[in-house]
Every structure is written in C-alpha cells, then in structure tokens.
Design a protein around this ligand. Structure first.
Ligand code: M6R
Length: 598
C-alpha cells in the first residue's frame, strides 16, 4: 500500500500535493512531504487525509523545485504524525518515502541503535534513511548508499530518497512494490502508479526489481543495486489524464460503472496475436489465480471453460496458492490482477514460475510487475480505475477471459468455427446490452433504500453466477460495511439457512439459464422461512417476478455472459446502500486500491 510521489519541476510542493491526491486511493491515514527549499530540507507531515493537510500546510506558499511526498496505509506503527512519511536520518538532511514492508528491520534497527542512531517513529521504514546516512558517512554517493542499504534490507520496498546534499536529484529504488518514473517537458517525476504521472507526462518507465535510479531534470540514470548500468526503457502511455478524474459524477465508482461499456469495447479490440499466444501457451493443467474481485473473474471463467469447452481449469485464491498447488512443472498459471501489483498474486505467480509453470498475466496495467514477470500477457483495457471498488476492471477481465476461452476452444478444436463465431457475436454485443442495464441502474436506488438498514445479506446463485453472487456480496460488504456472504445457493440447506428468519435479505442472481429451476427451489426455501428476496432476473421472467419481493431485469444473453449483465445491478445496489448509509464508496475504511502487502 501507500503512495509515493516525487518531482523535480517548478512549484514542486503544489505538484506533489496534486500527485498525492491522485494516489490517495492507495492509503489515506497520514501524509507528508519533504522538499529542498533555500538549500535546506523542509519536512511537513501529519496524521489524516490529504485535503486537510494541504489546507493547513498550503504547499503553494513553499518555494521549492524538488521534493517527495507520501500518502500512507499503515503496516508498522499506528497512523500518527510520527509514523507518517517521509522519514529522516539523524542529520535531518536525508528524507525517505517508502512503500512496502521490510522483513528484517528489527535486527537492522537494533544495530543502528547500538551505533548511536536516534529513531523518531515505530515504522520499519525509518531504518532506511539511517542506513543511507551511514553510507554517506563512509564516502558513498547517495545512489550507492541507497543501493548498499537495499542490499542489507529484506522485503518489499519502493523508495524515493531526497538529500539536501544533492539538491537537483531524487534517488529511487524498487523491489516488489511498484515505482514508475516519468520524464516530461517541464520536469521529472516518480510515482507509485501511472495515473498520478499522466497530467505531467505520458512517457513512463517502470523501475524493475533491485534497480536504483537517479532522476534529475530531463533525464534518468538506472543501474542495478549491484552497479550494472541499465538502459531506461520508456513507453508512451495512451491514457488521457482527464479519464482519471470524476467527470461530473459524485464518485469515481459511479463514473467508472458508467465507463464499463467503453472499457469492454476497448477490451474486445485486443490484438488477436496476444490472445493467440496466450491460448497456445495453455498447456498441461491450467490454474487461474487472483485476489478479491479478480479471483471472482477467475471463478466465473473456470465455469465458462468447463461449460463451453469441457475443460477443467482450477481457480485458486492467490493468497492460498502456495499452500494448495504443488503440481506445476509443465503446467500453466493464469494470473489475473487489475493493478498487476497485488502482492498475493505476484507471490503466487513467482512461486508457480519457480516450479516450472508457464505464466500468463491478465492485467489492466501494462507496465506492471505482473506483465514483467509473465511469459506472455493480455492487457485489459479498463483505463485507470480510482475507486477502491473494482468495477470496470471486473467486467473487462470477464471479457478478456471470455475471448481467451473462445480462442483456446478454437485452437484446441473444442469449439466448431460456426459455434465460436456465434458466441463471439454475442460477446461483441454485450457492451451495448450493458449500456442499457447501466442506464436503468438508478432504478436500484429505491430497492437499496428499502434494505439499507439491514445488518446482513446472503447473495445466492448456481453455476457461473456463483461468481456473480460472490462479487455482489464483496461489493456490498466492502462499501457499506453490511455483512454479506455469497455462496452457491444449493449450500444453504447445509448450514447457512439456520440464520434465516423474518426479513433476512437474500439477493438471488437468477437469470434464465440451465440452473434456474434449481435456483427457484432454493428461493422458495428461503421465502418459506420469512426471507425477503431481491432477485436479478431475465427480462420478462414473470414467474420469478411473482416470487421475489423486488426484482431487477437484465437482457437475455448466452449463459457464459450472464455475469457481465448481472453484476451491474449488484454494483449499483452496493453503491446506493453505501451512499444511503452516508459512506464514501470511493474510500472504504481499512482498504486500499492496490494491496501490495502479503
Ligand atoms: O489489482 P487486483 O485486481 O489484483 O486487486 C485485487 C483485489 O485487491 C481487488 O479486486 C479488491 O478485492 C477490490 N477492492 C474489490 O472491489
């Protein structure tokens, strides 16, 4: 977690504050900036979110052309002013902003304390400026001292280092946690992710693991921490900065839900070469892995592969992968991640690779750790997603996985051409159908109003829509803090039904598909015990409309596409419940957009 932003440009403090605002979704429990002003290092930091900090500090009044900033999601040490980044060395001339978790900081700290260093926080990060201080004292440059510190430290670290002794450069280092560098006409920048850089430049490079970079105006010099020079590779990022702003919607989440049709259309334009290469790489046993919403995309896809191609593909939570999967040599793992930086997913993929599996990455972030690690990748075209809730990235993941499934079916001879082209036509048509669903999704608001004070809800379905139900439950709980559980409807009678009594909310995903009859049976069981039923049903399904208390209709689509149209009303339900409860759906408590810790 945590966001780092650094820059060398005019009005640096204001630019840093702006950059941190764009990174706020990565964590928002404390904030700080360090700049060099009049030859001296100036530090401002505090507990809390960026807006009150900016109002209090007013960065625009500070004259500086270089600086670094940090927005924090606490791992070591409570969210308080002392633990906010940047952290300083004993001389107060070196400042470090860090994203990641250091594993051996306690033993390093012990040594530093014995050697007389004074610590001001409880963070793991603070050992870094002190180690760099020692390097400088030993006659090393800032870059070499940073590299030496990185060699001593175990764990994930993306850092930006500022020193008043080197007032025109920022030194960066990366391991596991992400760090992007951008060079623009007006300055040089570094940030934890690409959208934060887009207002200033579209020429971006991702620092790779164990590389250190020295950024100065108009240039960047990169080498490994072992001192081997590396040629910086910049790529042009096509996203527009404006795309990452709210565009008139009250929340990023709502804006991003409305962007889903465009995002899906863009994902449908994926170059065939990428899909073909990925599908031909799917050899041996195939596993799908991801976390949170991305895991739900994996789950839906495993049903689609089974139903359409009679191919068993095993979905595995990334956080459980190493404990569950051992047979990897010659097999294939598909890692799905919006950010391409989720630590659980990265760790599962590294493990798979180290045991001889081929890795296919499906991510929304072209220059990400997962794309670098993968043997081949497919880049979904969701564009930047700022809201913590994964919305358009979920639907684009489904679209990418569906395309991969159809391509794999054709290549493996499991899908006749005629059938595949019919299914592809349906897939191409789904963004327009989704557009209609989104247009009507405000109709969910009164339903959300009716149930917004409930304490708990079950989300139920069978077949591929178990993934949809689980996704609906995740959205509701993460945004509205209402307890919600998604599971296969047939499982109710094995335990969960004991909770059901008068007025208990059961949300059913029940489009017309091969499981509808059995779902109706499960609905009746819940109804008989007094549950209130809100069901997502196919247009014109009068039978279900007469059974459920509330319904939302979606257009008929082939079974494998139901998760696309049925997820939208559940996103809207979670969004409106959160808003009606007075919560900010873009920034749910205790969460961050990119989960870069294990
Ligand atoms: O970037 P990723 O797709 O790897 O992120 C995975 C999860 O952290 C993410 O989907 C999370 O569950 C969302 N907050 C759900 O809305």
């Amino acid at each position: 977690m945590c966001g780092i932003f650094g820059c060398i440009c005019s009005s640096a403090p204001r630019v840093i504050a702006d950059g941190l605002k764009r990174l706020e979704y990565r964590g928002y429990d404390s904030v700080g900036i360090a700049v060099i002003s009049g030859g001296r290092l100036l530090l401002e930091k505090d507990k809390g979110m960026i807006d009150p900090f900016v109002r209090r500090v007013d960065p625009s009044r500070i004259s500086a052309e270089i600086g670094i900033g940090h927005t924090r999601w606490a791992t070591h040490g409570a969210p308080c002013k002392e633990n906010a980044h940047p952290h300083l060395d004993c001389t107060g001339t070196i400042a470090v902003a860090h994203n990641g978790v250091l594993e051996n900081f306690l033993e390093i700290k012990e040594g530093l304390l014995k050697r007389g260093h004074r610590f001001a926080s409880n963070t793991d990060t603070e050992v870094i400026p002190h180690l760099i201080e020692e390097g400088i004292r030993d006659g090393l440059s800032l870059k070499s001292a940073t590299a030496r510190a990185a060699k001593m430290i175990k764990g994930a670290m993306a850092i930006a280092v500022l020193s008043s002794a080197l007032p025109d450069s920022i030194v960066c280092m990366k391991r596991e946690s992400p760090l992007a560098i951008g060079i623009g006409k007006k300055g040089a920048y570094c940030a934890s992710d690409v959208p934060a850089l887009l207002p200033y430049t579209d020429m971006i490079m991702q620092l790779q693991d164990d590389q250190v970079a020295v950024i100065s105006r108009g240039q960047v010099a990169v080498e490994t921490i072992a001192g081997k020079p590396v040629k910086p590779r910049f790529i042009k990022i096509e996203w527009e900065a404006g795309v990452a702003e709210k565009g008139g919607y009250p929340h990023f989440m709502l804006k991003e839900m409305h962007e889903q049709p465009i995002a899906m259309r863009s994902t449908l334009k994926l170059p065939h070469g990428f899909l073909d290469r990925a599908s031909r790489m799917m050899e041996g046993r195939v596993y799908l892995t991801g976390s949170g919403t991305s895991y739900h995309a994996c789950l839906a896809s495993s049903y689609a592969f089974s139903k359409m191609l009679c191919m068993d593909i095993r979905p595995v939570y990334s956080s459980e992968f190493q404990d569950l999967v051992c047979d990897l040599e010659g097999n294939t793992v598909i890692g799905v991640s919006q950010s391409g930086e989720t630590a659980d997913t990265l760790s599962a993929l590294r493990y798979a690779k180290s045991r001889g599996a081929k890795v296919i990455g499906i991510t929304n972030t072209l220059a990400s750790s997962i794309t670098s690690l993968s043997d081949t990748y497919i880049c979904t075209q969701g564009g930047p997603e700022i809201g913590v809730a994964a919305t358009k990235t979920f639907l684009t993941q489904l679209i990418a996985l569906d395309q991969l499934m159809l391509r794999a079916g054709l290549n493996a001879g499991r899908l006749p051409e005629g059938v595949a082209s019919g299914l592809l036509a349906s897939l191409n048509g789904v963004p327009s159908l989704a557009e209609g669903v989104i247009r009507r999704s405000e109709g969910i608001r009164p339903i959300a109003q009716k149930y917004s004070s409930r304490r708990s809800a079950y989300f139920l379905a069978r077949g591929i829509n178990v993934a949809t139900a689980m996704e609906g439950a995740l959205k509701l709980k993460e945004l509205s803090y209402m307890h919600a559980e998604g599971y296969p409807a047939g499982e109710s009678k094995h335990g969960p039904i004991s909770l059901v009594e008068g007025d208990f909310l059961c949300v059913f995903v029940a489009p017309r598909d091969s499981s509808r009859g059995r779902v109706i049976g499960n609905m009746m069981e819940m109804k008989a015990r007094g549950a209130r039923i809100f069901a997502v049903v196919t247009e014109g399904d009068d039978e279900l409309k007469s059974i459920a208390d509330d319904t939302f209709e979606v257009p008929p689509v082939p079974e494998f596409l139901n998760p696309v149209v049925c997820t939208i009303p559940l996103q809207a339900f979670a969004y409106y419940v959160a808003v009606l409860r007075g919560l900010d759906p873009d920034k749910p408590r205790n969460l961050a957009k990119s989960v870069t810790v294990l």
